[in-house]
Design a protein. Structure first.
Length: 288
């Protein structure tokens, strides 16, 4: 990003479950302006295999990188430019529970060299020799970051950097990170599988825990209006009067039979009148 992109810089980036192999320049990103409140990035569950630089390198942004596995060539065989995490100008970086295999401390964490860009590492381990005994990094930056993602950004789970159960950062990344050239090679992880890996879980700062309890008293459900309109009367009324839709309340006896008789009588009168007109017409024609 450059100056013309000010106030339009990328934000909320996640890089996960990737394998980066045999690269000199690997992953570098950030902004080239003074917009340092964006470019918020999370890197997790990635396997960085025999790369030289920028794993990753961040400038003008905020990075949370945790549970990544780094494997170089060993301090005797590494390129002189070998590096892991690089913090550029305007960056703030928090590293947690990452495993560096075959790095020196200076190569693994190239950040924290000034009192302008805060950073911190929590519980990452390092082995100078390839597959050597891991040790604590004891990283001491000039300005320690006071940013805790679980307090301001999101909840997440941390895997042990290393343990004896093979449920740690290295084992997880080597098992699940990277792409595959066949469907058979794809490794799926279910919620049940993942439940065995984390050692620490941080809740989201935006979610509130609510306890659900049973009601103390039983409340009968109210009868719906629709049901009430079609319900049967509560008592039987004998000899109820028929009420017309017009609103008349007086009783009408044998109304159906009366209407039918009057209709039949009217039809008979009309028939007689038509016969009379027919005979009168023909009489007129005959006399003419």
């Amino acid at each position: 990003m450059d100056k013309k992109d000010r106030l339009r810089s990328i934000d909320y980036i996640t890089i996960s479950y990737c394998k980066f192999s045999n690269r000199y320049w690997t992953v570098a990103y950030g902004t080239q302006n003074d917009e340092i409140t964006r470019d918020r990035t999370t890197l997790l569950y990635n396997w960085w295999y025999q790369n030289v630089r920028r794993c990753p390198q961040l400038g003008n942004g905020i990075l949370h990188v945790y549970n990544n596995y780094y494997e170089a060539f060993g301090v005797e065989d590494n390129n002189r430019d070998t590096s892991g995490i690089i913090g550029g100008d305007g960056s703030e970086i928090v590293s947690q529970n990452n495993m560096f295999n075959g790095y020196t401390k200076g190569q693994a964490l190239m950040m924290g060299g000034n009192d302008i860009n805060p950073c911190r590492d929590d519980n990452s381990l390092i082995s100078n020799e390839l597959d050597g005994t891991p040790e604590e990094i004891n990283f001491e930056p000039k300005k320690i970051s006071e940013w805790y993602p679980n307090a301001t950004n999101y909840g997440y789970s941390l895997l042990d950097t290393i343990n004896t159960n093979n449920l740690d950062t290295k084992s997880f990344c080597m098992k699940y990170a990277g792409c595959f050239d066949s469907q058979e090679g794809i490794k799926y992880i279910t919620d049940e599988d993942l439940a065995n890996w984390p050692s620490i879980k941080y809740n989201s700062p935006f979610l509130e825990h609510i306890e659900l309890t049973e009601p103390t008293e039983h409340i009968e459900p109210k009868e719906s209006t629709e049901h009430a309109e079609h319900s049967e009367p509560t008592e039987h009324i004998e000899n109820s009067e028929h009420v017309e839709p017009t609103g008349r309340t007086e009783p009408i006896e044998n109304n159906e039979h009366t209407d039918f008789a009057e209709t039949k009588k009217g039809n008979s009168r009309r028939a007689e009148f038509n016969i009379y007109l027919y005979l009168l017409f023909h009489l007129f024609v005959f006399l003419s």
